[in-house]
Design a protein around this ligand. Structure first.
Ligand code: FES
Length: 152
């Protein structure tokens, strides 16, 4: 879908900025916002470009750099630490061959950390794109990654 078309689905109101940016990023196969996106949003909402830029920089869910097709966000808050998220992080790095903030060579995954996902009852937890996974262990982690590799 063309970018202007995506943007014009939203009411022309400052309150829509996060939703619009999120939708633009979602439609980008590399999961990021391009300079043109910020310019179009500023123009549509009649805001200074610097304000759109500040908004994008403030929220960690947005990226100004190309990322993988799927974004893995491992919870990095204390309850998940206690439940073993550090060893999961090591397993993720090993399995994907990347450090936090990097994208796999095949462009499929970007590994990120996040604060509490709000599902501490099933710690340790992570999100891939919009889906939350809890009660993780290494084996389950591998199965989940494989399902994405197979085109989930
Ligand atoms: S601390 Fe990890 S989900 Fe809450």
């Amino acid at each position: 879908m063309e970018k202007r078309e995506i943007i014009s689905k939203f009411p022309r109101s400052r309150e829509q900025i996060l939703l619009i940016l999120h939708e633009l990023q979602r439609h980008n196969p590399r999961n990021y916002l391009e300079p043109e996106d910020l310019r179009l949003v500023a123009e549509y909402l009649d805001l200074p470009l610097s304000e759109v830029h500040d908004t994008v920089s403030f929220y960690t869910m947005f990226s100004l750099r190309p990322r993988g097709r799927h974004i893995i966000r491992l919870c990095d808050s204390p309850p998940c630490h206690l439940a073993g998220s550090w060893s999961l992080l090591a397993a993720l790095k090993r399995e994907l061959g990347v450090e936090v903030g990097e994208t796999t060579e095949d462009g499929l995954f970007t590994l990120e950390l996040t604060s509490c996902l709000g599902v501490c009852g099933v710690a340790p937890a992570m999100m891939i794109d919009d889906e939350v996974y809890g009660n993780l262990d290494e084996e389950r982690l591998k199965d989940i990654l494989d399902s994405y590799r197979e085109g989930k």
